[in-house]
Design a binder for this molecule. Structure first.
Ligand SMILES: [Zn+2]
Length: 368
């Protein structure tokens, strides 16, 4: 081989190596996410150039649709189909059928999503599952979890947290019908309908960035307002806490409307659960209520619908009980109102993540 040919081969090998290096991470980020967006017996799908693929007792494909009304009854799934020429057709199919929908700007009950859908029947309910590439899913999560007009570094913090959280859910979702729900049970996701350019910019400018701790994707959590100190997950869910979630002091969430709060509870409602008028509080290391007269703080929070377990005072009056507290949410991980303030005073999203989750690194996604 002469020198010219050799150089050509080297160049070819180098370009292959480089394209591999650059293509690999973006391939990884095209990972499909499966999000449950609706559970029920009746819903409407509409969109452009829809195709419906039915896997049931027989396989059928219906093309060029613009609208399908789906209804589950006791023995079958009834589909009222409207095609792009406004012709209508009614199909009755086996209740165990799986429906797959592709097309563009697909909406479910009026909410537009990216990606496609899989629809399955589980326990006499239809599950509508949006299947969407990870980064496009995040476009719909960030504005649903944080106001779009907050500082760009705060939005970037939320984007990296949401991406990290999602990858962990994909990992644990193997073998299940879906990876995440579209509510606070996982993280809020309102599809393409919720997108804003500021939040999309935050996703794009942190593309592929994930939070790691000792080379493993970190378990991340976030909440609205910590109230002065973040909480350890062992106090909330009785699970072992990794070192980066032990809790840190936070002086940044004082602008939150939930910085301090007061709840008035009717005395009779209080007495129903708290039999003794002597109140005994046990406070944990983050300053939150671990027990009240032996009842767990998290239970007290859910019984009386308190914003948090960060209780600073309880006053029992004749007709009512006044509970005073700080913060909103479970308090674990990143404090969103604290993030807002840190961003405004000049910290970068990487600084903010390192502050709330000490010891972690933000790195390009490199597998689980
Ligand atoms: Zn805070």
């Amino acid at each position: 081989m002469d020198r010219k040919a050799k150089n050509l081969v080297y160049a070819l090998i180098l370009s292959l190596v480089f394209s591999f290096l650059f293509v690999l991470p973006s391939l990884a980020l095209d990972i499909p996410v499966r999000v449950l967006v609706y559970r029920g017996k009746e819903f409407t799908i509409s969109g452009r150039i829809l195709s419906l693929y039915i896997r049931g007792d027989k396989i059928q494909e219906v093309k060029n649709l613009c609208r399908v009304a789906v209804k589950l009854d006791t023995v079958s799934i009834v589909l009222d189909i409207v095609d792009d020429l406004q012709n209508t057709e009614k199909l009755q199919i086996d209740y165990r059928s799986i429906l797959e929908i592709t097309g563009s700007d697909i909406s479910i009950n009026g909410i537009v999503y990216r990606g496609g859908f899989r629809i399955i029947n589980r326990n006499n309910s239809m599950l509508v599952i949006n299947i969407v590439p990870l980064e496009e899913y995040l476009y719909g999560v960030v504005p649903s979890e944080m106001p779009y007009y907050w500082h760009q570094e705060a939005l970037k913090t939320q984007a990296v947290l949401a991406r990290t959280y999602t990858l962990n859910r994909i990992k644990s979702g193997v073998g299940k019908d879906y990876d995440l729900e579209n509510t606070e049970n996982s993280q809020v996701y309102k599809g393409k309908s919720a997108e804003y350019s500021s939040t999309t910019d935050a996703v794009n400018s942190t593309k592929g960035e994930v939070i790691y701790y000792e080379n493993v994707i970190a378990n991340v959590y976030f909440h609205s307002t910590c109230g002065g100190h973040t909480e350890s997950p062992k106090n909330v869910w009785s699970v072992k806490s990794p070192p980066y979630l032990n809790g840190v002091e936070c002086q940044y969430c004082k602008d939150s409307p939930w910085s301090e709060w007061e709840r008035r509870i009717k005395r009779e409602q209080w007495d129903e659960f708290i039999k003794d008028s002597n109140i005994e509080l046990e406070i944990n290391s983050s300053g939150r209520l671990s027990r009240l007269n032996g009842i767990e703080g998290t239970k007290i929070r859910s019984i009386f619908k308190l914003p948090s377990t960060f209780i600073v005072g309880i006053e029992v009056r004749e007709n009512e009980v006044i509970v005073k507290g700080k913060g909103y949410g479970h308090g674990v991980g990143v404090c969103q109102w604290g993030t807002k303030k840190m961003a405004e005073v000049g910290f970068s999203y990487r600084d903010i993540i390192s502050y709330y989750l000490p010891g972690v690194t933000v790195d390009a996604y490199r597998g689980f």
